[in-house]
Design a protein around this ligand. Structure first.
Ligand SMILES: Nc1ncnc2c1ncn2[C@@H]1O[C@H](COP(=O)(O)OP(=O)(O)OP(=O)(O)O)[C@@H](O)[C@H]1O
Length: 272
């Protein structure tokens, strides 16, 4: 289904993504891990055409999406919806309207300008919000919701596009552990129940182990690990994160206790 072939993105003389290739057959949950600057976001942005690749091909069901232009490119962009760390909702707009905005690519400017949503669109919105357990939030302004609820609204907006692939760029990096778990479980449900592919950039090993079918480790733009979550040993993690013997599991963990024990090191690993 997804075939990434020798994809590179240069910024000046630096390769942010350096000749990466991998293949995913079915609608799997793929996690991409690696320290800050490894090239994870650049890869996702190339896949949904927010950033152009310098070379290479990405085939989705046999079509090279990097070569699409005009309407075909926009059509592809609505097929691979993106979820961001900071949710990217319109804060003062109500939740239902935020979700309906997932349809923007499918509608005329006129209809959008005058907020002319069909009954079917509104019914689907409420159905999706209900599925994600936040239907009672529909009339509230997005800014009034907790971070975890806002991220579920962002996932609902993505689902309105009925995408083949959901790309999530550090979807839980701004959330507390409990909300992080709810959001990851929501993404996992969508992947298994709907048969959609999810590709998520994650910065914690325990999250990757728990939710992913496949983990890709990136370092300096290159893939240095590609395997099952149970193959993510401490040694492999050290290679991905470029850490020496002082590297500890807790440094890339979302567990509260672990973070409290090792906060300074964790921030160093994340490059903050
Ligand atoms: N628009 C840009 N112009 C120049 N360099 C860029 C640009 N975008 C990314 N880079 C560089 O490309 C490299 C990869 O960045 P990228 O954001 O993809 O990494 P990342 O693994 O997603 O890290 P993070 O988790 O911090 O977002 C970094 O060295 C970054 O500075």
């Amino acid at each position: 289904m997804l075939d990434v072939r020798n994809v590179t993105r240069m910024f000046g003389t630096k390769a942010a993504v350096d000749n990466i290739s991998f293949h995913v057959d079915g609608p799997a949950f793929v996690g991409i891990i690696g320290r800050s600057g490894a090239g994870k976001s650049t890869f996702l942005r190339m896949l949904n055409r927010l950033t152009d690749a310098s070379s290479g091909e990405i085939l989705v069901d046999g079509v090279n999406v990097l070569a699409l232009g005009g309407a075909a490119k926009r059509q592809w962009q609505s097929q691979c919806a993106m979820v961001f760390q900071q949710f990217n909702l319109v804060p003062r707009m109500d939740v239902a309207s935020n979700v309906l905005h997932g349809l923007l690519g499918h509608r005329s400017t006129f209809a959008t300008l005058f907020n002319l949503w069909s009954e079917e669109d509104i019914r689907r919105t409420l159905q999706i919000l209900d599925r994600l357990g936040i239907s009672e939030q529909a009339p509230k302004r997005a800014e009034a919701l907790s971070g975890g609820q806002q991220q579920r609204v962002a996932i609902a907006r993505a689902l309105m596009q009925d995408p083949k692939i959901i790309l999530a760029d550090e979807p839980i990096a701004s959330l507390d552990p409990m909300n992080a778990q709810i959001v990851m479980e929501t993404l996992k449900r969508i992947q298994t129940e709907d048969g959609r592919m999810v590709i998520a950039n994650l910065h914690t090993l325990d999250t990757a182990r728990r939710y992913c079918d496949r983990v890709i480790g990136m370092r300096d733009g290159r893939i240095v690990f590609d395997g099952r979550p149970d193959q993510l040993t401490l040694g492999v993690a050290r290679e991905i994160y470029g850490a020496d013997h002082t590297f500890s599991e807790s440094a890339t963990s979302t567990e509260l206790g672990a973070l409290e024990n090792d906060t300074e090191y964790a921030f160093a690993m994340l490059g903050d």
